[in-house]
Design a protein around this ligand. Structure first.
Ligand SMILES: Cc1cc2nc3c(=O)[nH]c(=O)nc-3n(C[C@H](O)[C@H](O)[C@H](O)COP(=O)(O)OP(=O)(O)OC[C@H]3O[C@@H](n4cnc5c(N)ncnc54)[C@H](O)[C@@H]3O)c2cc1C
Length: 293
């Protein structure tokens, strides 16, 4: 009987297990899905934002796979230097498939990046997702404004969590510690900053648009900054998804500022060059203007 180990129980690992037990050419194959964490589902559990319940409910499909009678989930086992080495798995199984995701952060490489108050998205997301590795830092305590560097969907998640009122988060599975800190949050300004233009931003339209529907929050976009992007004036040659993003941004840019209690400011063509210090922690971020490619 063929025995396979799948390392990692995120969606790639679980769908690998599913595909193996569904193979007609591998009758009776048994699959052990191993994970360093005690609970399965990887970033579906610990990354996808708590207010995106529909995507999070993918965990139900993944659970069905792990409950298959020829699939076993074994949590709390890290393959590598801190646990059994890969060679040991090869002694125990006929094949090993690694589905370990991308856990490491990329660093900006600018001075001040390591100051207290400067975090990677992984740290912040882990905190509001109750990841076992999360630091209980409070993150938003004593903070009135935040800068989110990046203009992809993770940046949108982070900006939304900072601006979304806690009442809307209470019914989610967000941990109490994060809910408590967000309930007391004084964050009024969230700046989301990309080093390139709106036509190169990586967010998807649905996620972007959602920022405009948060209670007591308005999205502010400077039309002059959007116009720095040569594609802004004439979107005809752009892929449909990018065109839709630009139209959402254009709608916000053309609207008068309403003065709502919270603002998300979307900024483009700005590259961080230093994180400035004030009273031993982050006091600001210095940017330089970039040029369109
Ligand atoms: C903040 C955030 C929000 C996201 N939101 C969405 C969204 O809304 N919609 C969407 O479609 N996608 C979203 N994604 C992307 C999605 O979560 C990932 O694409 C997906 O989870 C990747 O699956 P994976 O199985 O490759 O890796 P992961 O989900 O990262 O799973 C890898 C697993 O491997 C385990 N592992 C790692 N190393 C070892 C080891 N040495 N030994 C044992 N186990 C190990 C980890 O503990 C983890 O459980 C989001 C990602 C992030 C970071």
């Amino acid at each position: 009987m063929l025995r396979v180990a799948v390392v990692g129980s995120g969606p790639s690992g679980v769908y690998t297990a599913q595909s193996l037990v569904q193979q007609d050419r591998l009758p009776g194959v048994r699959v052990d899905v191993l994970d360093r964490l005690p609970c399965p589902y990887g970033l579906v559990r610990y990354g996808v934002a708590p207010d995106h319940e529909k995507i999070k409910s993918l965990q139900n499909n993944l659970r069905t796979v792990l409950e298959h009678d020829r699939v076993r989930f074994i949590g709390g086992i890290e393959i590598g230097p801190d646990g059994p080495p890969p060679a040991r798995l090869l002694e125990l199984y006929h094949a090993v498939v690694y589905c370990v995701g991308a856990a490491a952060d990329r660093h900006l490489g600018v001075p001040g990046e390591d100051l207290p108050g400067s975090y990677s998205a992984t740290e912040f997301v882990s905190w509001y997702s109750a990841h076992p590795d999360a630091k209980a830092d409070g993150f938003v305590r004593g903070v009135e404004s935040a800068v989110v560097i990046g203009v992809g969907n993770v940046a949108v998640d982070v900006a939304r969590m900072l601006a979304r009122g806690v009442d809307e988060l209470r019914p989610t599975d967000m941990p109490q510690e994060a809910l408590g800190a967000l309930a007391e949050s004084q964050v009024r300004e969230v700046h989301m900053v990309g080093r390139r233009g709106p036509s190169q931003a990586r967010f998807t339209t649905k996620e972007l648009r959602e920022l405009g529907s948060l209670p007591d929050t308005e999205v502010v976009v400077d039309p002059a900054e959007l116009a720095l992007d040569p594609a802004y004036a004439d979107t005809a040659g752009l892929p449909a998804a990018v065109r839709r993003n630009i139209e959402v941004l254009r709608g916000w840019a053309e609207r008068p500022v309403l003065g709502l209690p919270r603002r998300i400011r979307l900024r483009f063509f700005l590259r961080p060059v230093a994180v400035a210090e004030a009273a031993g922690r982050v006091g600001g971020v210095r940017f330089e203007r970039t040029l369109p490619d």
